[in-house]
Design a protein around this ligand. Sequence first.
Ligand code: PDD
Length: 277
Amino acid sequence: MTLAYFNGKIVDIDEPVIPIDERGHQFGDGVYEVIRFYGKKPFMLKEHIERLYTSAKAIKLNISKEPTEMESLMMELVEKSGLEDADLYMQATRGIAPRNHLFPKAPASISMTVKPARQMDEEVKQKGAKVLLLEDERWQNCYIKSLNLLPNILAKQEAYENGCTEAVLVRDGFITEGSSSNIFMVKDSQVYTAPLSNHILAGITRLAVKEVAHELNISFVEESFTPAAFYQADEAFLTSTSSEVLPITLADGKVIGSGKPGPITAKLSKRFTEKTR
Ligand code: PDD
């Protein structure tokens, strides 16, 4: 079953527990993480926890819980849910205080939800996703997993309204990442993705795919590429906790490679799936 947690209490997912003066709600003043559990086991939990504390530090948010306490709480919630494959969302915000831009003295709020793992549409998985390239309108600190997702939401919605699964964002003439994923292309048997910087989120699935590529002796190049290079790629794919490794076969109406999910993408995806189970 689905369940939720707010500041020390496990509650029903529909129970109204967030006060009006909660800063996540009023300002988006917080950070978050999404962790997938496979067969009740979290995938790369340490890496997610590390990124959470990096994000919190970057916005000067003091999460009162120690990383190990946070891990135990997450494990406990998923155990209580009884779910085998689950998506755990957790948010840490600057707490509950009368509205004022300045930091309050309030302790951080911690909230979580546990739901059955969201499955990607089977047809998209088999045939590959369509993507729409859009200008990356986000701020300069995209390495922070911030609750402020307006540009991401607007981009994803525009992609959806154009029959696409994901928006691929372009900054200064180079592809950065997707609205909620990292973006990759394959050219001459080499995998390319944007290098880590303040303009992209350091995806945990991206890291897993980097490890998998090394295991499979597939060259993994962290180098930015242009939309023109992307359209001309042999293969393309995206990664995220919820989408895993998802082939991309159409970008802005242009067919990528053969128009079918490519062999290198398939190899990486297969090995990634083995790692998660
Ligand atoms: N999306 N870039 C952005 C902007 C994201 O929001 C995400 C994650 C990623 C991939 O990160 P990871 O592999 O750690 O999930 C990259 C959320 C978590 C999702 O839709 O699953």
